[in-house]
Design a protein around this ligand. Sequence first.
Ligand SMILES: *[C@@H]1O[C@H](CO)[C@@H](O)[C@H](O)[C@H]1NC(C)=O
Ligand SMILES: *[C@@H]1O[C@H](CO)[C@@H](O)[C@H](O)[C@H]1NC(C)=O
Ligand SMILES: *[C@@H]1O[C@H](CO)[C@@H](O)[C@H](O)[C@H]1NC(C)=O
Ligand SMILES: *[C@@H]1O[C@H](CO)[C@@H](O)[C@H](O)[C@H]1NC(C)=O
Ligand SMILES: *[C@@H]1O[C@H](CO)[C@@H](O)[C@H](O)[C@H]1NC(C)=O
Length: 380
Amino acid sequence: MFRYLPFFISLAAATNLYATHYDGNIYTLSLDSGNSLSITLSLKTCGDAPSWLSLDPSTRTLYCSDHSGNAVINGSLTSYSVGQHGRLTELAKTTDVGAAVHSVIYGGKHGKNGGSALTTFTLPLISDEGPLQILRYQMPQPGPKPQQDAPHPHQVILDPTGSFLLVPDLGADQVRVYAIDHHSGHLNACPALNYTAGSGPRHGIFWKSKPSHWAQAPVTMLYTVSELGGHFNAFSVSYASSGCLAFRETQSFVPYPGGQLPAGATPAELRMVGSSIYASIRFDQGFPPNDSLVTSAQLPNGTVKLSQITSSYGTVPRTFAINKKGTLVAIGDQASSNVAIVMRDPRSGELGDLVASLQVGEPGQASNSSTGLSSIIWEE
Ligand SMILES: *[C@@H]1O[C@H](CO)[C@@H](O)[C@H](O)[C@H]1NC(C)=O
Ligand SMILES: *[C@@H]1O[C@H](CO)[C@@H](O)[C@H](O)[C@H]1NC(C)=O
Ligand SMILES: *[C@@H]1O[C@H](CO)[C@@H](O)[C@H](O)[C@H]1NC(C)=O
Ligand SMILES: *[C@@H]1O[C@H](CO)[C@@H](O)[C@H](O)[C@H]1NC(C)=O
Ligand SMILES: *[C@@H]1O[C@H](CO)[C@@H](O)[C@H](O)[C@H]1NC(C)=O
């Protein structure tokens, strides 16, 4: 059973994880040394539709975004202190425009994207204190796909220097780029990274090469997955003298065996550890009744090659998170609403056997993205 990590058994204490569910709860999960996964606490909080968590380990503060807002109703952002055994105590709650599905902490500020806006807050969050900045998005005309009736920012990404925020906008077929004014925390718009119409970029990650004597200069890459076009894209990134970023596409391929996604299948989450890149694939039924995770290996020159497809051990893997040691992956399967813990070989990056799987809340409906489990993170 412990094919990949025989030493895993020696892991001492239990580890906590947090999951949000569209039933309006944050669940605290505990994975003990015997690989038993259980729900230890649940808290009705974070509005009607808790959708995303980010943890600031330095202050043990957890932030939860509420997706219930829309053009008329505001969503919310709530902060919690993380206590013993994963007990959460609400610190502050503020209303926010739009419906947030992702957030990031940058230089003492908090950036968060919503329905058709990006909102930033000064930290620590103060109840009912307004946002630092609201950037509202507009599109001259709808995109070619039905999901592109309006801007749909899906993530907020911080670059390796901590000086730029990027926002993949699934509706507008671009990754919006902002330079951070470190003094005020304000965001200044830079030229966006544009995609082919109908691509729908959803998530991205940066990678920066380690300094070495043989490399001429450090290389920075941006990798993205597009939900609607189903492509993985690689861009070499340079820091232009204009104070903005310049992108050069180096690769574009369908991250799936055979180079084609099954009908209706869409990439969702994207993560990178070491030289391995992982993408979750929803609705592919690659391992019936389950969907898949696809692993790619990064070569030293930044080129990426598909290497493995494994089960997501549930349906509609919207999010997943890798622990700090790189030995385990927690997969948040939205429709089946289970958290699956899978082995990861920290040397090869390969994913292995299922360690534990736990039902969290009621299963969602695969056809309704506002139901089921919405996110999962490790407390580390
Ligand atoms: C939503 O939030 C914005 C910005 O904080 C505020 O101006 C607006 O009044 C709020 N709307 C509602 C309905 O609460
Ligand atoms: C992307 O397209 C927008 C117009 O939609 C344009 O303003 C911007 O300069 C383009 N970005 C680049 C890098 O060319
Ligand atoms: C990167 O390395 C691989 C394998 O050595 C090679 O096939 C590929 O052409 C290289 N790519 C670039 C952009 O140099
Ligand atoms: C599907 O996932 C469940 C756990 O949720 C697991 O028990 C089952 O073996 C999986 N099947 C496949 C083919 O991956
Ligand atoms: C999707 O689920 C949400 C939450 O339960 C519900 O409010 C909404 O009406 C559902 N939408 C559809 C199209 O069924």
